[in-house]
Design a protein around this ligand. Structure first.
Ligand SMILES: Nc1ncnc2c1ncn2[C@@H]1O[C@H](COP(=O)(O)OP(=O)(O)O)[C@@H](O)[C@H]1O
Ligand SMILES: [Mg+2]
Length: 403
C-alpha cells in the first residue's frame, strides 16, 4: 500500500492514480460503535437512525473490530429470545467479525470483484475503509457501483478518443507521405530529365567528358531515388488500406513475357540466364495490370540480383491447386537462410550481411509484392535453400479468372 501511495504522490495524476478513483473517495464517515456498547443500545440507535446502514465497531486504537449491518441486527432482534439473551451483552457478540476492509488507496476497479462475486441472496455488503490501518469511513455498495460505472464510462470515452486519434494520425501519415512523394517527384523529374539531356549531349557537347559521366551518375541516382519514393508511397498506401486497384483483363503470361524482356539487359550484365515458361495455360485475369507487372519485376530483379554469374532465373506461369493463377519466379542463386525469411518479408528487411554481402536496394520489394498480391485477394510464398536458390510463388484467387 505504501508503494501505491508513493506512485500517487510523485507522478502526475492520471484517472487511474487520481484519488477520485480510490476507495477513500467513496468512504463516508459513519460514527462507529465502541466494542463495549451493549447490543440493546446499538439496536435502539439503529432503529431510530435509518441512515446508518452499516456501522463499524472500532477499538480504542482505531482498528476495525467488526461491522454491524442495520437490517441484519433488526431482523435478529425480531427473533424470539434474542433481545433477552443479548440486550446487555457487548456488540462484539453480534457484529460481523470479518467484514470486508480495504485501504483508502485501493483503486475502485480492484473492488469490482467484490461486486462481481456477490451472490444473489447475499447482501451486497458495504466496505470498511481504513488508512494506515485506522478506521476512515464506510464505502456503501451503491457508491462503489456508481463510481465503477463512472469509471467504465470514462474508459469508453478514452478508448473511443484514442482510436479516433490513431485513425487521424494514420490518415495524416499517409497524406504526408502522399504529398511528400508528390513534392519530391516533381523536382526529381527535372533532375532525371535534364541530366539525361546533358548525358546524351542533346544540345551540344559538354566541355569535359567527366561532366558527361557525372550527368550519367546524376541520372542514375535520380532514378534510384524515384524508385524508392514510389516504393514508399506504394507501401504506405497499402498500409493505410488505400491501395486502389484498377482492374482490367490481364494476361499473366504476357506480364511474365514483358517482365523478362525489360530485365533482359540487367540479366545479361549479371551473366544470368533469364527465361519465362508457361506450365499450364492461364485464362485472362481481372487484375491491375500495372501492379501485376510490378510484382513480376520486383521478383525478377531480386532473382537476378541474388544469383551469381552462370546461374539462371525463370518466370513460370501456371494454375494454382485451388484453380487460381500462379506465378513462380525461380532462381539458382544464393538463397535465404531460414532465420532471415521473416525479416526479408518486413519493410526494409534484408538478409544478414554475412549471408548476403550485396546490399543494394532498400528492402521494400518483397513486402510490396505481398501487399499487392493480398490486395488482389491472393498471397505470396517464399521457399529458399541457401546455396541452391529461391522460389517465390504468387497466387491469385480463382474468382479473378475470366471464364
Ligand atoms: N531471390 C532471392 N534470393 C536471395 N535473397 C533474396 C531474394 N529475394 C529477396 N531476397 C532477400 O530479401 C531481401 C529483401 O528483398 P526486397 O524486399 O526485394 O528488398 P531489396 O531487394 O531492396 O533488398 C533482400 O535484401 C535479400 O536479402
Ligand atoms: Mg528487391
Amino acid at each position: 500500500m505504501l508503494g501505491e501511495r508513493e506512485v500517487a504522490a510523485t507522478s502526475a495524476p492520471t484517472p487511474e492514480q487520481d484519488a477520485y478513483w480510490r476507495a477513500g473517495a467513496i468512504a463516508d464517515f459513519v460514527t462507529p460503535f465502541d466494542p463495549a456498547a451493549a447490543c440493546g443500545h446499538v439496536f435502539d440507535e439503529l432503529v431510530d437512525d435509518e441512515t446508518r446502514v452499516a456501522v463499524p465497531v472500532i477499538g480504542q486504537d482505531g482498528r476495525v473490530l467488526g461491522l454491524v449491518e442495520r437490517h441484519k441486527l433488526i431482523l435478529q432482534f425480531a427473533k424470539r429470545f434474542v433481545r433477552e439473551l443479548f440486550e446487555k451483552r457487548p456488540i462484539t457478540f453480534m457484529m460481523d467479525r470479518s467484514p470486508p476492509v480495504v485501504d483508502a488507496w485501493t483503486p475502485v476497479e480492484r473492488l469490482s470483484d467484490h461486486v462481481a462475486n456477490a451472490r444473489a441472496n447475499d447482501q451486497l455488503g458495504d466496505l470498511v475503509v481504513t488508512r494506515d490501518g485506522q478506521y476512515l469511513g464506510v464505502a456503501s455498495a451503491l457508491s462503489l457501483l456508481k463510481r465503477l460505472h463512472e469509471l467504465s464510462d470514462r474508459r469508453l470515452v478514452e478508448a473511443t478518443e484514442a482510436r479516433a486519434e490513431a485513425e487521424r494520425a494514420n490518415l495524416a501519415k499517409s497524406e504526408l507521405l502522399a504529398n511528400m512523394s508528390h513534392e519530391l517527384r516533381t523536382p526529381l523529374n527535372a533532375i532525371i530529365g535534364f541530366s539525361e539531356v546533358m548525358r546524351d549531349e542533346l544540345f551540344g557537347q559538354l566541355g569535359n567528358p567527366r561532366y558527361r559521366d557525372y550527368a550519367g551518375d546524376i541520372n542514375y541516382s535520380g532514378g534510384l531515388l524515384l524508385d524508392l519514393i514510389n516504393d514508399i508511397l506504394d507501401l504506405s498506401k497499402a498500409e493505410a488500406g488505400r491501395l486502389e486497384l484498377v482492374d482490367e483483363v490481364v494476361d499473366l503470361e504476357e506480364c511474365a513475357r514483358v517482365g523478362t524482356r525489360l530485365m533482359r539487359e540487367r540479366a545479361a550484365r549479371a551473366r544470368v540466364a533469364l527465361d519465362h515458361r508457361s506450365l499450364a495455360r492461364v485464362p485472362p485475369l481481372r487484375a491491375d495490370r500495372r501492379r501485376l507487372q510490378q510484382i513480376v519485376l520486383n521478383l525478377l530483379s531480386n532473382a537476378i540480383k541474388f544469383t551469381p554469374p552462370g546461374g539462371s532465373v525463370v518466370a513460370f506461369t501456371t494454375r494454382a491447386p485451388n484453380g487460381g493463377a500462379r506465378l513462380i519466379v525461380e532462381d539458382t542463386g544464393i538463397g535465404i537462410a531460414a532465420e532471415d525469411i521473416p525479416r526479408v518479408l518486413q519493410p526494409f528487411g534484408q538478409a544478414s550481411i554475412v549471408s548476403q554481402p550485396q546490399r543494394e536496394g532498400t528492402g521494400l520489394g518483397l513486402p510490396i509484392v505481398v501487399k499487392l498480391a493480398r490486395a488482389h485477394g491472393g498471397d505470396m510464398k517464399l521457399i529458399s535453400t541457401p546455396g541452391f536458390g529461391t522460389t517465390v510463388m504468387v497466387d491469385l484467387p480463382p474468382h479473378r479468372l475470366v471464364a
